[in-house]
Design a binder for this molecule. Structure first.
Ligand SMILES: Cc1ncc(COP(=O)(O)O)c(C=O)c1O
Length: 350
């Protein structure tokens, strides 16, 4: 390791995600569907205007924030955009966390909460889910009360387990928290459960959303947070200027303009998820398929090296180390019907 690296990062390895050859990609919870027919034309016309390319983007993404605001019946001032919700997570932590401050988060959950906390000198306090990978609400709330964190992350539906907290339970956590609390709703389109309508009721609530999943824009990296104006103004302090490219701003507006088209895809995907889960549960290599409110399923298997085997068939999935709290688990993103059938046929040959 480089001798100049900060000591507390010495055990970290950089995040790389090498693109392996594939025909079916079910490893990153992306949308498997094509974009709306008009997408290509609108975006190529947009690029044909030289000003959209040569000039810096609108650093405040005001048109996009206005549109998001209209959509949720809130003001643009209640919205802040980031290069994916990954960047918004980092902005939030940098806004609220001083060295050694505690950040409470579930585990297993989305890895960026912990990584960003540590990189920004905070201390991650992880609250384990139960043995069925469900939230233990009392334990989560008691931890918040006990450690008095400066920030809390709640991920629902949770990645990588797929488990859901009902709205009343989310509110219970919010009400038991006297620091900023981030409710990460990256997969909320798949459940319809949201607390966005409560951001002006609870001034410590920050809801996180992304265009990477249901709206198929993972490659363009737009995410956003919704909170009361004062909270958004605070997070703005750590927002890098010009963070969202002009192209990404326009594409994000396009998908909101065609909301129903993308929500139809969500409906199809949810149906396909249930079919895939049912078919997976019949396989001899499968011990358990966990219930999911997302576009993926977590599966406990009784066979090692399934990921490697599938890679030889050009199918990518996610696997977890045997030393982690997800030992023997694989995570499969729901693909198109055809992709899921090919995956199932391939798994049957094991
Ligand atoms: C729970 C959760 N939050 C946030 C993200 C980050 O999404 P993005 O940075 O693409 O908006 C992901 C991506 O997988 C996720 O699963």
């Amino acid at each position: 390791m480089n001798k100049f690296l900060r000591k507390d990062l010495a055990s970290f390895t950089p995040y790389h995600s090498p693109i392996k050859p594939y025909e079916i990609k079910l490893d990153a919870n992306e949308s498997p569907f094509p974009h709306h027919d008009d997408f290509k034309k609108v975006m190529s016309d947009f690029c044909a205007d030289n000003e959209n390319i040569t000039r810096y983007p609108d650093t405040d993404a005001i048109k996009l924030r206005n549109q998001i605001g209209k959509f949720y019946n809130i003001d643009a001032e209640n919205v802040i955009c980031g290069v994916g919700s990954d960047q918004v997570i980092d902005m939030i932590i940098r806004a609220f966390i001083s060295p050694n401050d505690k950040v409470v988060m579930p585990t297993p959950s989305f890895s960026m909460y912990k990584l960003s906390t540590i990189v920004n000198h905070g201390r991650a306090v992880e609250v384990p889910l139960d043995s069925e990978y469900e939230y233990e609400l009392d334990k989560f709330i008691n931890t918040i009360k006990k450690v008095q964190p400066k920030l809390v992350f709640l991920c629902t539906p949770n990645n990588p387990t797929g488990c859901i907290l009902e709205r009343n339970d989310i509110i219970k956590v919010i009400e038991n928290c006297n620091c900023p609390i981030v409710v990460d709703e990256a997969y909320a389109e798949y459940t319809g459960i949201s607390v966005i309508d409560l951001v002006n009721k609870y001034d410590h609530l920050i809801v996180l959303r992304t265009f990477s999943k249901a709206f198929g824009l993972a490659g363009l990296r737009t995410g956003y947070a919704i909170a009361c104006k004062d909270m958004i103004d605070t997070i703005y302090i750590t927002k890098p200027p010009y963070n969202i490219s002009t192209y990404s701003q326009r594409a994000s507006m396009f998908v909101l303009e065609h909301y129903e088209f993308y929500m139809n895809q969500v409906t199809n995907l949810v149906e396909e998820r249930e079919r895939l889960a049912f078919e997976l549960s019949k396989l001899s290599i499968v011990q358990k398929v966990y219930e999911s409110g997302t576009n993926f399923v977590l599966v406990k298997v009784n066979q090692e090296n399934i990921k490697k085997f599938l890679e030889t068939k050009l199918i990518l999935i996610r696997e977890y180390p045997s030393t982690s709290n997800l030992a023997s688990c694989i995570r499969i993103t729901v693909g198109t019907k055809d992709e899921n059938d090919k995956l199932l046929d391939t798994l049957k040959t094991i």
